[in-house]
Each structure stands twice: as structure tokens, then as C-alpha cells.
Design a protein around this ligand. Structure first.
Ligand SMILES: [Zn+2]
Ligand SMILES: [Zn+2]
Length: 291
């Protein structure tokens, strides 16, 4: 249990944001640097965090062939949001206690808390090693995931050195700092904005909402009310207009037989929770008009 601010994380996040400001100076600008940032952001954010860490490892919404699972987990580690075990444990705790006591980034503690402050301020709900082990019985014994606990920091440094050798400071500023800041906020908006601003299709005991804006920048993760309603679903955008790029990727991978056991909710499941939400809204409206 952590009863004091996490200074290391706080200072690292501050330094990364200051580094990203350098991207605004012409001396560090290059089109190749921008392209490097876009490519790495997509690889680490879309494939690493969204597809692997979140939909596959945390929720087991699909099963990837092992080499692909490990390769995408390495991409996830390069997103520098922690190793798979810690990320998955934290996120499973979020779902187990969403917006209630015990949630590491409950929206009830405010937007700033849910967005970023939970990472570095005193947070008694961050998992200890013991809780990580308990919440990830499927990942904890795996030597690859154990190794990534210790390797994800050196890996980021190695990537920075590689980018410096290949493209100089511009590639480091764009490919590491600017890219990390963009991907961080895309992920963090799922915890903040997608628990605050948007519409609710399904009745869930938390405050999750569907946010098109968050979905656009987070590879489909903004359909977060759908996700809290059906955490096991590989598909988050459930209506025709709810664009979910990661779902398209999963369908393509399934066609190529790189993934199987892809899970989605049945029509009955969806209708039941959508009906419950409509009933709730109707009774709320009745109360408002009677008063
Ligand atoms: Zn959530
Ligand atoms: Zn989730």
C-alpha cells in the first residue's frame, strides 16, 4: 500500500512533458521525426496498450498466438505505462471497484485525479506486488512478463539511444517525448473523460460513458460505457457509428488466424442492459417532471 506520493513517477512524467515542449522549437523539428512519432505511437498505443495490454491480457477478449502476444506486449512496454503485470493488475482492480472505494482512479475524486494525479499522488489503491500477483494469476508465472517488469525502463532508454543514432535529437524529442505525451493523454482520457463526458447506452454501476472524441484518439477505447457493460468483449464500438479501429484489427488478425477465441456480447445481453438503462432514464425523467 502506498501512503506517500510517488515522486519517481511524478518527476518522470514532468520531465517527459518538459521534453515534449522541445518539439515546439524549430531546432528539433523534422518531418521524419513526426513520422517516427506517429508510427511508434500507433505501434505502442494501438497494438501494445489497446490490443495487447487491455483487450487481450486484461480482459482475455481474444487469444493471440503466443509470439504475437509477446511481441505486442513488448510494444505495450514501450508505451512506458508500466509493465504488463502491473498495468493489468491496476486495470482489473479498476473494473472490480469502478468509481467506488478501491478504484485506483475513481472519477469521484475528480477529473484531474482520474486523468493523471492518481499516478503520482498518495494513492492507497495502487496494487502492491502481492496484489499484482493475486490479480494476475495468468501472467505472474510467465517468465517473459516477469522479465518485462525489470526491462521496460531500460527498453525505453535503448529505444531513445537507437532513435538518436538513427535521426539525432529531433527523432528523440518527437519519437520519445512528444510520442509518449500524446499516447499518455490518449490512454488517460479513457479514465477521465470517458467516465465523465458522453452518453450511456447500457446500465452499469459506474459512471462510464461513450465518448466519440476519446474513441477517435485512443483506437476505439472511448466507447467505455459499452466496455464497462461488457468487459469481456473484443469489440468496444457496438453501434454502426461507433468506430473502433482496434476491432477492425482484431477481425483482420482473426481472418489471418493470428487470433482466436474472440468474444462479443450476444444480442440478448445487449438488449437487456440497454433496456435497463432506458428504464433508469425514464424513471429519472418522471421524477424530474413530478418535482
Ligand atoms: Zn473505466
Ligand atoms: Zn477494461
Amino acid at each position: 500500500m502506498q501512503h506517500r506520493p510517488n515522486w519517481v513517477t511524478g518527476i518522470a512524467l514532468l520531465a517527459i512533458h518538459v521534453g515534449a515542449l522541445l518539439a515546439l522549437f524549430p531546432a528539433f523539428f523534422s518531418w521524419s521525426g513526426v513520422i517516427v512519432a506517429i508510427v511508434i505511437s500507433n505501434l505502442t498505443g494501438a497494438f501494445g496498450i489497446t490490443l495487447c495490454y487491455h483487450r487481450s491480457l486484461t480482459h482475455r477478449a481474444l487469444r493471440m498466438v503466443r509470439p504475437l502476444e509477446y511481441a505486442t506486449a513488448i510494444l505495450g512496454a514501450l508505451a512506458f505505462q508500466g509493465d504488463p503485470i502491473n498495468w493489468v493488475a491496476t486495470h482489473r482492480i479498476h473494473h472490480a471497484h469502478a468509481d467506488r472505494r478501491g478504484d485506483p482512479h475513481s472519477i469521484r475524486r475528480g477529473l484531474t485525479w482520474a486523468h493523471v494525479s492518481w499516478l503520482f499522488r498518495t494513492n492507497e489503491n495502487l496494487p502492491t506486488d502481492e496484489q499484482c500477483k493475486r490479480y494476475t494469476p495468468d501472467l505472474w508465472p510467465d517468465p517473459v512478463y516477469q522479465a518485462l517488469r525489470y526491462l521496460y525502463v531500460p527498453m525505453q532508454i535503448a529505444l531513445a539511444v537507437l532513435l538518436f543514432v538513427l535521426g539525432g535529437w529531433s527523432w528523440v524529442v518527437w519519437g520519445i517525448f512528444a510520442r509518449l505525451v500524446f499516447t499518455y493523454h490518449a490512454t488517460w482520457l479513457v479514465n477521465s473523460a470517458a467516465h465523465a463526458f458522453g452518453y450511456r447506452t447500457y446500465r452499469t454501476p459506474d459512471r462510464s460513458v461513450n465518448s466519440w472524441f476519446v474513441a477517435m484518439i485512443s483506437w476505439g477505447e472511448g466507447w467505455h460505457n459499452n466496455h464497462h457493460a461488457f468487459p469481456f468483449s473484443a469489440r468496444h464500438g457496438l453501434k454502426w457509428f461507433e468506430i473502433d479501429c482496434t476491432w477492425w484489427t482484431i477481425k483482420l488478425m482473426a481472418a489471418l488466424r493470428l487470433v482466436d477465441k474472440v468474444r462479443v456480447p450476444t444480442r440478448e445481453m445487449r438488449e437487456r442492459l440497454a433496456g435497463a438503462q432506458k428504464d433508469l432514464q425514464r424513471s429519472y425523467f418522471r421524477r424530474m417532471t413530478l418535482e
